[in-house]
Design a binder for this molecule. Structure first.
Ligand code: ITT
Length: 236
């Protein structure tokens, strides 16, 4: 049996299982030019910052006038794959995509994969945060314990030959109201990561990423990126 990455899986045959284990640990190295398959300027800036120390020549979907594919997946990983594969196929170059969002426990994981859509066509995240707050109010979620949430980031690098590298991570936190800080993007001003006193909106990007050597990765995107870097990038 092969999975959707073209890798062998399952089966009772010992050799096949051995192959399966090997294929899952053999990662493809990322070097040279990488298309950043996002149309979100906040995300683009963060992805560029994360890649900067690795000597990757990053070019954005916007600079290449790539069309935004429809995100029809039901998971973050599926949507990251759709975006990376669409960009790799239309440019003939490896492409890097992030699908991410905010999952609120008291809202049964909403907005989740629909986090961008809650901001409407004009991408109004003040309104999206108000919508979340209104929903929390209607559910009587007032205490910090009732306002737990996590950000998720699924990263995918896709090559035109079909090879995929996929990584996912999250960061837990609490939603504050009113929102605090003007830094970052999206829902950052209402997200207070566990163990911190400042929201992502109050942090500079260095603090939000929390990368080594000072940190172990703080934001969902930085944590997923560290997994990618470990598997596919040369040490800076
Ligand atoms: P692309 O698909 O072009 O990359 P997008 O904004 O539509 O851009 P997503 O579908 O992944 O991207 O939507 C994720 C949304 O979740 C995004 O618009 C943000 O509002 C929110 N989000 C993700 N990561 C975030 C972060 O680090 N800080 C704040 N909000 C974030």
């Amino acid at each position: 049996m092969t999975n959707d990455r073209g890798q062998k899986e399952g089966g009772s045959d010992g050799a096949a299982n051995h192959l399966c284990c090997l294929s899952s640990i053999v990662h493809r190295h990322v070097s040279g030019r990488l298309v950043i398959a996002t149309h979100n300027p906040g995300k683009l800036a963060e992805m560029r910052e994360l890649l900067a120390p690795y000597g990757i020549d990053a070019i954005s979907a916007g600079e290449l006038s790539l069309k935004e594919p429809e995100e029809t997946g039901m998971t973050f990983a599926a949507n990251a794959r759709i975006k990376a594969q669409a960009a790799a196929n239309s440019t003939g170059q490896p492409a890097f995509a992030d699908d991410s969002g905010l999952a609120v426990d008291a809202l049964d994981g909403a907005p989740g994969i629909y986090s961008a859509r809650w901001a409407g066509p004009d991408k109004n995240f003040s309104r999206a945060m108000e919508t979340i707050e209104q929903n929390l109010f209607e559910r009587g979620a007032g205490t910090p314990q009732q306002r737990k949430a996590h950000f998720v980031s699924a990263l995918c690098v896709a090559w035109p030959d079909g090879h995929l590298e996929e990584f996912e991570a999250c960061v837990d936190g609490t939603l504050v109201w009113p929102p605090r800080g003007d830094n970052g993007f999206g829902y950052d001003p209402m997200f207070l990561p566990d163990g911190q006193t400042r929201t992502f909106g109050e942090m500079g990007s260095e603090e939000k990423h929390g990368l080594p050597p000072r940190g172990k990765g703080l934001s969902h995107r930085a944590r997923a990126f560290l997994k990618l870097a470990e598997a596919c990038l040369d040490r800076p």
